[in-house]
Design a protein around this ligand. Structure first.
Ligand code: GLN
Length: 413
């Protein structure tokens, strides 16, 4: 049975960042102050529903601000963009997440800062909804995205409410300008309960993959959001998801993202995959220190930067066919992380017979470094399972045919 090298690669990345112990757990929410700072997890979910994870991927933590893009998507889906844009703008604020600020039309600058998120929360389930009905609607919808029943950490929400002067001021400001109708207390209560929904890194990877896939759930195949809603949500995440670190983030990592003060961080690669990390120590901007490091490495290694000019292409595995004793795996397009993931998935699923496996690269355009590593590792595993392997590479697109154990892959012409 062939196994996947991706979880091993993810564990390596966790090992690389484990030594980063700078930063502090959020302390303005009393219950978070005593959170265990050590957990570390990373999870990926492709738009085809393949999940890979490593580390403390089953530990639950509260979503906090990571709930904002999902609530925004639900509001867009329920109310449509016109109503949503009338309440909250889509301009990056370059400000801290809890800034008391409005734009020239007295709207919060964007739905990723607290002012915008409190206003968006109020759009869910109609203006006259009770707090409990509104929060239940969000919980149910988040659960559907995660593929399991999520629960709310009411003790944590209670503790946050006891110290929520800042968010209360924001809610009063929003009420003063007619952005929300509810009592400030109820608006903050509703938003705080939304933030206190508990998830694991794996849940978040699955939830984000639905946004990556244009609204189709990667596992159930259910259409949960319009593609346009996902596009809008990702756009706002790209420009404002990392608050006053958003510009730096877009230049270095280049993935639409959202962080939460409990230590979660999500990123979405449109059309490819959802990524989630968990590590509670935060930098001065309120973003997870090790989470940011993991994303930097993934983005570099995997060639995930959105502004990358390297070509991307779908359907990397063109066919797997057998002719006599030889199995041909025909690849096509640009080999990036997603392409090598589909290759690895295909070979793990395939029942190989005969004695020779040929990887045909004649229609491959380019190789990204992570794809070289993944594809060679996949081939080596086929060889270690007892088959002869060879590559057909007439244009020499694979620059290095040496396996990780030093042996060389044979080539055929
Ligand atoms: N509930 C938190 C707050 O409103 C969420 C902030 C965050 O995760 N950045 O302060």
């Amino acid at each position: 049975m062939l196994t996947m090298p991706i979880p091993e690669y993810l564990s390596e990345i966790l090992d690389n960042v484990r030594a980063h112990t700078s930063g502090e757990v959020a302390d303005y929410i009393p219950e978070l102050k005593s959170a265990n700072p050590h957990p570390l997890a990373v999870a990926l979910c492709t738009v085809d529903g393949h999940i890979y994870s490593s580390g403390d991927d089953e530990i639950e933590f509260t979503m906090q601000s990571i709930s904002k893009p999902f609530a925004y998507a639900l509001a867009l889906q329920e109310c449509g963009p016109t109503e949503v844009f009338a309440a909250v703008a889509v301009e990056p604020s370059g400000e801290a997440f809890n800034e008391l600020s409005l734009d020239g039309e007295n709207r919060p600058m964007n739905p990723m800062i607290n002012a915008g998120a409190i206003a968006i929360n109020q759009l869910i389930n109609g203006a006259d909804s009770t707090v409990e009905d509104r929060v239940e609607k969000l919980r149910k919808y988040f659960s559907e995205l995660a593929g399991r029943e999520l629960t709310i950490d009411r003790v944590l929400a209670e503790s946050e409410l006891g110290a929520a002067d800042r968010n209360m001021s924001i809610a009063h400001m929003l009420r003063n300008y007619g952005v929300i109708e509810d009592e400030a207390h109820d608006a903050v209560l509703s938003y705080t309960l939304q933030c206190a929904i508990k998830v694991t890194a794996r849940d978040l990877a699955v939830m984000t993959a639905t946004l990556a896939a244009g609204g189709t759930h990667p596992i159930t195949g259910k259409k949960l959001l319009d593609a346009r809603v996902c596009r809008l949500t990702l756009s706002v995440m790209a420009s404002a998801g990392m608050y006053d670190e958003a510009g730096q983030w877009l230049s270095t990592v280049g993935i639409p993202a959202k962080s939460g003060v409990a230590g979660g961080l999500i990123g979405i690669l449109p059309g490819q995959l959802g990524i989630a990390t968990f590590s509670p120590r935060l930098n001065a901007k309120g973003n997870s220190v090790r989470g940011v490091e993991i994303f930097k490495q993934l983005s570099d290694d995997m060639g995930l930067h959105l502004m990358s000019t390297e070509p991307v292409s779908g359907h990397a595995v063109r066919s797997i066919t057998r002719e006599g004793d030889t199995t041909f795996i025909r690849m096509q397009g640009a080999m990036n992380f997603s392409a090598s993931e589909s290759f690895l998935h295909a070979i793990v699923e395939h029942k190989f017979q005969g004695n020779l496996v040929v990887l045909d690269l004649s229609r491959v355009l380019t190789f990204h470094s992570v794809a070289i590593r993944m594809i060679k590792e996949g081939l080596k595993r086929i060889r270690d399972a007892g088959f002869e392997v060879a590559i057909l590479d007439p244009d020499d697109v694979l620059p290095d045919v040496r396996f990780s154990d030093g042996t060389v892959c044979s080539q055929i012409t």
